[in-house]
Design a protein around this ligand. Structure first.
Ligand code: PBG
Length: 339
């Protein structure tokens, strides 16, 4: 009925009633009808730390990012806070001689990473700190779990992860990020945190973490690539989506406060699926390879850096991510501040 009348009117007045372009005709109207908005409030900035003083090591596959010693990391956090970034995910680059089969340096008394966490919280109590929980930065095998006879032993890994989490909570971490993909780790960590009085420490579980080619630059930054094999027996197969629902249900039941999807821009369907199916906040990790890819293309003059960065981050938010972990955090915050 409506169709017929519409055709009649169009014929009679030679007009088109619906012209979606009218809502795009100038910047004020475009801004008025913009459905997705992204600010520095939605970003978490990952940083790499090293032991020592006044050290700033270049990471060739992560342009403009550095391994920083305590003093320079504090300066970087101050600059970021001034840009409106308030949440930081910090990773330690551990020297090889401190790595072993049990990742015992992760909770050692003299661990430089735990010392820097304390220092950051002392200097900037308003900064929210997130840490990674997995064995790989501390493991002589370069795997996220405990290795026995070239296999990753799930249940022997859980107490190590729990111990690592408590050590990080004692140092002042606000959000624990288990990135190891062992079964039952969220529950094991939650229990141990609570038993030690850290009921206020949150867990952001790397819930749908895929065995991705896009972690390469990160592994360069930490020198943490696996010494044998790959991570496919614990990280998810990029071909699978429904499996993410299984992981999500378990992580929620075990006490996760946020569910993370990783990588982000290649897994927008998974982010959307999570958002549709679960009530707790969804985050996405815009990983090192996604960052490196845009940098490399921009360096060649093939993409516009600022526009490509904004489009990538906005798409992740549009798909359903409440928060985004991204190496673009400072560049994005600087850009929106200046525009
Ligand atoms: C450690 C960890 C990894 C990343 C975050 N935590 C690497 C991996 O699982 O091999 C990747 C982050 C990135 O690529 O930016 N388990």
């Amino acid at each position: 009925m409506f169709e017929r009348r519409f055709r009649y009117l169009c014929l009679k007045f030679e007009c088109m009633l619906q012209r979606p372009r009218r809502n795009r005709k100038n910047v004020a109207i475009r801004d008025l009808v913009q459905e997705t908005n992204l600010t520095a409030d939605h970003l978490i900035y990952p940083m790499f730390l090293i032991d020592g003083q006044n050290k700033r090591e270049v990471i060739p596959s992560l342009p403009n990012l550095f391994r920083l010693s305590e003093d320079l990391a504090l300066k970087d956090i101050e600059d970021s806070l001034n840009l409106g970034i308030r949440i930081f995910d910090i990773f330690p680059a551990v020297e090889d001689h401190l790595k072993n089969q049990t990742a015992s340096y992760s909770y050692a008394e003299d661990n430089f990473y735990l010392r820097i966490i304390r220092k950051i919280k002392e200097t900037f109590p308003e900064a929210v700190l997130m840490s990674d929980v997995a064995m790989d930065p501390y493991s002589s095998d370069g795997h996220d779990g405990f290795v026995e006879n070239d296999l990753i032993h799930n249940d022997k890994t859980l107490p190590i992860l729990s111990k690592m989490s408590v050590a990080q909570a004692q140092a002042g971490i606000d959000i624990i990020g288990p990135s190891d993909m062992m079964d039952g780790r969220v529950g094991a960590i939650r229990r141990e945190l609570d038993l030690n009085g850290f009921t206020e420490v949150s867990i952001m579980s790397y819930c749908a973490k895929y065995a991705s080619a896009f972690y390469g630059p990160f592994r360069d930054a930490l020198n943490s690539a696996p010494k044998f094999g790959d991570k496919k027996s614990y990280q998810m197969n990029p071909a699978n989506k429904r499996e993410a629902l299984i992981e999500a249900k378990l992580d929620i039941a075990e006490g996760a406060d946020f569910l993370m999807v990783k990588p982000a821009s290649l897994y927008l369907d998974v982010i959307h699926l999570m958002k549709e199916n679960f009530e707790i906040p969804i985050t996405a990790y815009n990983v090192s390879g996604e960052y490196a890819m845009i940098h490399a293309a921009a360096e060649k003059g093939w993409l516009d850096y600022d526009r490509a960065m904004c489009e990538m981050l906005l798409s992740i938010k549009r798909a359903g991510a409440d928060g985004i972990l991204t190496y673009f955090a400072k560049d994005f915050a600087r850009l929106i501040k200046s525009s």
